[in-house]
Design a protein around this ligand. Sequence first.
Ligand SMILES: [Ca+2]
Ligand SMILES: [Ca+2]
Ligand SMILES: [Ca+2]
Length: 251
Amino acid sequence: MRSTSGARMAGLCSVGLGLTLAAGSAFAAGNELAVNNGYELVENTVGFLPDAYGDWRGDFSQITVAQDGIIPFEGVEMLQLIDTSFDVSSKNTVASEVWQLIDLTSVMDVVQTGTAELHGEAYFNRIAGDQLTDTRFSVMLSAYSGSTADFSDMWSSGSHLAQAQGIIYTDADTQTWELAEINLVLPAETDYVALRVAAVEDSFNDLYHPEFAGHYADASAVWLVPSPAAASLLLAGCGLTMGGRRRRKTA
Ligand SMILES: [Ca+2]
Ligand SMILES: [Ca+2]
Ligand SMILES: [Ca+2]
C-alpha cells in the first residue's frame, strides 16, 4: 500500500514538473489534449454531436486549404464554419458549432484534486464582407461526468459540471487571425471535457445556405495549466514524500 501511494505521488510530482516547464509555452507542445487541433488531417466534421474522443463533429462545416483570400493560421488546412445546422432542414439558428470531446486520462490524477485548470483557445478569421457579415466567434469548454456516449443528452439538458466561454469579434482584415481563449477550473468529478468552436450570426440571421460566407477557425487547442493552488499542492506533496523517504533512510 505504501509503495503504491508513493508511486502515485511520484507520478503527480513528475506531472507537476512537466506542467511547470510547460507554463508560458504558446502552443504547449507535448501537453496538448485536443486531437487534430490544427485541422491538418482532413476528416468529416458534419454530424449531430460527437460521442467519442478526438472526433471533430457538429454543424455543416469542412476542413479546407486556403480560400477566400485567407491563409491557415498554421499548417495548410483550417476549419470552415458554414451553416448553423448539420443538415439542410433548418437555418433559423445563429451558431455554427463544431465540437471535440477531450480525453483527460493522461491528467486524471490532477483533475481529481479538484484544482486542475484547463486552457482552451482557437484562432478565427473571416472575409471582409459588408455590414451584414457576421463578426462573432467563440471557444467554449464544458466539463461533464459520465460516459461520452451520453454527451448529446448531457449537452441538450445543460447538465455540465462547469462551463466557460471566450468570445471574440473579428476584424475585416483577412491577413490577421483573432484569438479567443478561456480558462476553466475542473470539478474533481469531471470525467471528460467538450471543446466547442463556433461562428455566430451577430449581424444578420441568414436563413439560407451558406449562412456564413467565409468564416474560419484554426489552432483550436486545450491544455492543462498549473494553477497556483495545484502547484502548491503538488510541491507540498513532493516535499512530504521526500521527507518521508529521508526519515525512513535515517531510521
Ligand atoms: Ca491548420
Ligand atoms: Ca482578421
Ligand atoms: Ca441562421
